[in-house]
Write a protein that binds this ligand. Structure first.
Ligand code: ATP
Ligand code: MN
Length: 484
């Protein structure tokens, strides 16, 4: 058996000392030919491995370089040195994998996040990315735990989809047809997909919602958690071309039930992270504080990361309608002084990220659930509100906006009434024939139901305080980049 080792996290928190143990990990630094800082990814904290003078010959000492992988055995002892409770007094050290210190890109100094993005294959070996990806893991786990404890069924909706009807975003085409111009064509010159792999045109999914709704009409409460793809050419710190989305879909929930669930859900997973990732979050809070010191006063967030998370968990999310939001924005000094790039002049416009940020960061200073948007700017499946003025038709939509991130959740009560749904589809030129299966749910046992989509990376951004979404997914895909 090869894997006979103790994880560094366990040793560092060990009450007992004076026992023999073995560790394996990667060298973070080597001081005075004597003190190795060893990390195995179980925690950001390194174990100090003490090499007795004369224990290794000159040539082996030289092989203990930053990035090298080693195995060390010895006795765990209370440490005399500052900064750690225990250390390993090595009796044997074996170099498992050498690392050329000259060419290893990660040096014991501060690297820019941009540099580390170009070295994403090695950035897990830094404190920042160690912390980010352990927190990401904990959040994913908490999500499953939350839904499991409520009896939701986890559905795996397809990644390759034949429907391009939803319109959530631009899609990536999936095809095995030749791209050299020799693909078969219809009489009108368009590509004939009958001879393509699936016998029809297919894409990567932008959302699992429509399929999720089908399952909710049997299990009553389901959720998806999987990759989604959008070929949108948006080079922003909040958009990826491949991201993970959580999409619960619930029968017998109206918009208010939906908002209640979303708020409970977000608070639950943040609380989980603060409880189980306290060390990593403390490190990330420190990192953010230092990063913010370099910013001008008005760009700083004012609240530390841990305070911000605590604040979100402890406070009610503000709930207002789109119409109320427009009134607040229109009357704001910011608008009157023409400080918005897109001035708020009329009811019905889509809110830009500057407006969302104003509401969340300046006006309310906490997460906001915005509901009842104009029907014209929302998807066909959202339920039409009753008793609206004719020129102000709204739908039961809800977006949750978070400080620093903007939209983190988009959801709605779904239109369960067949006649309304069909009318909306015709208005928005959604092909009924393609969505026959979706419409069947309204034919056979339709009911009040709701759901939402939460962008996982935006949540990870919020919890870790990382500014750029490309730094919270292992290998980000965005316009011009699919390295690794
Ligand atoms: P935005 O206006 O920010 O582009 P959206 O309206 O396109 O968002 P939805 O279609 O409602 O978003 O998707 C649900 C959730 O998925 C969003 O609330 C957001 O958290 C996340 N999301 C959407 N697009 C992206 C993207 N390109 N990269 C990462 N997360 C995304
Ligand atoms: Mn979008």
């Amino acid at each position: 058996m090869y894997n006979q080792r103790t994880k560094i996290k366990a040793l560092l928190s060990s009450e007992a000392t004076h026992f023999q143990t073995t560790v394996m990990g990667w060298v973070r630094s080597f001081r005075n030919n004597q003190f190795i800082a060893l990390n195995d990814g179980s925690t950001n904290n390194n174990l100090q491995v003490v090499v007795e003078l004369g224990m290794l010959d000159e040539s082996n000492l030289k092989r203990i370089t930053i990035g090298a992988c080693i195995r060390a055995s010895g006795e765990l002892l209370p440490s005399m040195g500052k900064g750690q409770k225990v250390e390993l007094k090595a009796s044997a050290i074996e170099i498992l994998g050498d690392s050329d210190a000259e060419t290893f890109p990660i040096q014991p100094k501060r690297h820019s996040l941009e540099f580390l993005r170009e070295n994403a294959h090695l950035r897990f070996r830094t404190n920042t990315f160690g912390a980010v990806f352990r927190v990401r893991h904990a959040l994913a786990f908490a999500i499953h735990q939350f839904f499991n404890s409520k009896g939701f069924v986890y559905m795996h909706t397809p990644v390759i989809t034949g429907s391009d009807a939803e319109g959530a975003g631009e899609m990536f085409r999936v095809t095995t047809l030749p791209i050299d111009g020799s693909a078969p064509r219809n009489e009108d010159g368009s590509i004939n997909f009958k001879s393509d792999f699936f016998g029809r045109s297919t894409n990567l999914t932008v959302s699992g919602q429509l399929e999720g709704e089908l399952a909710a009409m049997a299990f009553s409460e389901i959720y998806t958690f999987g990759p989604t793809f959008r070929a949108e050419n948006s080079n922003t710190p909040r958009h990826l071309a491949e991201f993970w989305m959580i999409e619960p879909e619930m029968a017998f929930y109206d918009l208010e039930d939906n908002a209640n669930l979303a708020e409970e859900f977000i608070k639950y997973i943040i609380r989980y992270a603060t409880e189980y990732c306290s060390e990593d979050l403390a490190f990330l809070a420190q990192r953010l504080e230092e990063e913010e010191k370099a910013l001008p006063q008005e760009k700083r967030s004012g609240m530390g990361l841990l305070e911000k998370l605590d604040f979100v968990v402890k406070n009610h999310f503000e709930r207002i309608t789109y119409t109320q939001a427009i009134d607040i924005l229109r009357e704001s000094n910011h608008n009157k002084k023409k400080k918005f790039q897109y001035p708020i002049d009329q009811w019905g416009i889509d809110l830009q990220s500057e407006h969302e940020r104003y509401l969340v960061e300046k006006h309310f200073q906490k997460p906001v659930i915005l509901t009842n948007y104009p029907a014209k700017i929302k998807a066909f499946y959202m339920r039409l509100d009753e008793n609206c003025p004719p020129d102000r038709q709204t739908v039961a939509a809800m977006d949750i906006l978070a400080p620093g991130i903007g939209e983190i959740v988009g959801g709605s009560q779904r239109e369960e009434r067949m006649d309304h749904l069909l009318r909306r589809m015709r208005e928005m030129h959604i092909p009924e024939k393609e969505l026959w299966w979706y419409l069947d749910t309204r034919r056979f046992g339709s009911c009040v139901h709701s759901g939402f989509g939460l962008g996982f990376e935006r949540l990870v951004q919020f919890v870790t305080g990382m500014n750029n979404i490309r730094d919270v997914i292992a290998f980000p895909r965005y316009p011009g980049n699919a390295e690794f």
